[in-house]
Design a binder for this molecule. Structure first.
Ligand SMILES: [Zn+2]
Length: 376
């Protein structure tokens, strides 16, 4: 078989597997489907010889770790998530191929990459029994990762020498740093009244609008250059349970999504946010994560450049990922991914040719790291 034929054969498997995964709407609002997608992945892994599968569940969310038999801390752990974000129309969880891309929800984030990791695991353990390579698959990355990678590393004591996470960067962009995250719920209390006599009440919506505008002013003061590597704050949800037009409600709330780079800390951002919003406003932290440094292995960058024939840039990521839970353990994390686009939209896509390149990057990196070393 020529190398091209070999590539085609792997690609056929990767494309089929990716499309099978896209077909299952593995979203939080459909736990049975999420479970079905999990079972699909588990069945795939159980068919691999020399690999043991450990299953977990936390808050009803399943996750698994596939390890070489008798190994508890692999030298390299690949990490993937099978959950995708929710689209209103459940029938949008379909895929099609056009212009060399697979289109469909989760194609780029990250069912295509998950397919690659499943195939890499199968290939390595079939050819090299006992190779120190594991795979963790979780189902809650899009909703915070706490019950998935957070649980595996925080509660089950999962450890590894290094981690591969195809959930940021691009084929020739390796992520070295991620912003921290603060999702906060802001509540304002007031006093209900008939809207024809507003002086008898205390309108919490007006107070909330006023405080949110102060918060926006504060965060816009960080604005400097076009790279946006400074703290930002987005108001993403705002509302009251009031259903009555002529009534001043007694309370209302908003949710803000704050992102901040190092050296800012959660403490610093929270202190300032509290000060700006004022003491009479309730703040509840929904999700918090410190900024993350990934410290990727230089060999990974070198291999990426060799396989793609192009320079690989080290980049900073505005979004956060599961990496933050692993970084808490201080291990090097390699984060890049195939070429993807329209992430979190219904017409999300993954470039098919970049999938085979990505597969080859993993193959070469893992061969040097896990196989050549032991022979020398
Ligand atoms: Zn993702």
């Amino acid at each position: 078989m020529t190398e091209n034929e070999h590539d085609d054969r792997i690609l056929d498997r990767l494309v089929a597997l990716t499309r099978d995964l896209i077909l299952i709407p593995s979203i939080p609002s459909r736990p049975e489907d999420r479970r079905r997608c999990y079972e699909f992945v588990r069945n795939h892994l159980e068919a691999i010889e020399n690999v043991e599968v450990f299953e977990y569940e936390h808050h009803g969310i399943p996750s698994l770790v596939a390890m070489p038999v008798n190994v508890r801390e692999p030298e390299v752990l690949m990490c993937g998530h099978l959950d995708v974000i929710t689209h209103p129309d459940v029938y949008s969880y379909r895929s099609y191929i056009e212009d060399g891309k697979i289109y469909g929800p989760g194609a780029g984030d990250m069912k295509g990459a998950l397919a690659i990791m499943l195939e890499i695991l199968r290939d390595f353990h079939t050819k090299h029994p006992g190779v120190s390579l594991g795979l963790a698959v979780t189902a809650d990355e899009e909703t915070g990762g706490k019950a998935g990678i957070g649980y595996l590393f925080g509660n089950t004591n999962l450890r590894c020498g290094a981690a591969l996470i195809p959930d940021g960067g691009s084929l020739n962009e390796i992520t070295i740093e991620e912003k921290g995250i603060l999702h906060i719920k802001i509540r304002c209390q007031g006093r209900a009244a008939h809207a024809a006599r507003p002086w008898l009440g205390d309108n919490p919506i007006e107070k909330l609008m006023d405080r949110l505008s102060n918060l926006q002013k504060y965060f816009s003061s960080f604005k400097r250059d076009e790279d946006h590597w400074f703290p930002t704050c987005s108001i993403t949800i705002i509302g009251t349970e009031n259903q009555t037009i002529n009534r001043v409600p007694s309370n209302c709330e908003a949710i803000c999504d704050i992102r901040f780079p190092s050296p800012f800390t959660i403490q610093e951002i929270m202190d300032k946010t509290r000060e700006v919003l004022g003491a009479d406003v309730e703040i509840e932290v929904v999700i918090s994560a410190e900024p993350t440094h990934l410290s990727p292995d230089p060999l990974y960058q070198q291999v990426t450049e060799e396989i793609t024939g192009e320079p690989a840039a080290l980049v900073r990521e505005h979004g956060g990922s599961d990496a933050r839970f692993i970084y808490a353990g201080g291990v090097p994390i390699m984060m890049s991914r195939p070429i993807v686009g329209n992430l979190h939209a219904e017409n999300e896509w993954i470039n098919i040719q970049s999938m085979i390149k990505y597969y080859r990057i993993y193959e070469k990196y893992l061969t040097i790291k896990l196989l050549k070393k032991s022979k020398s």
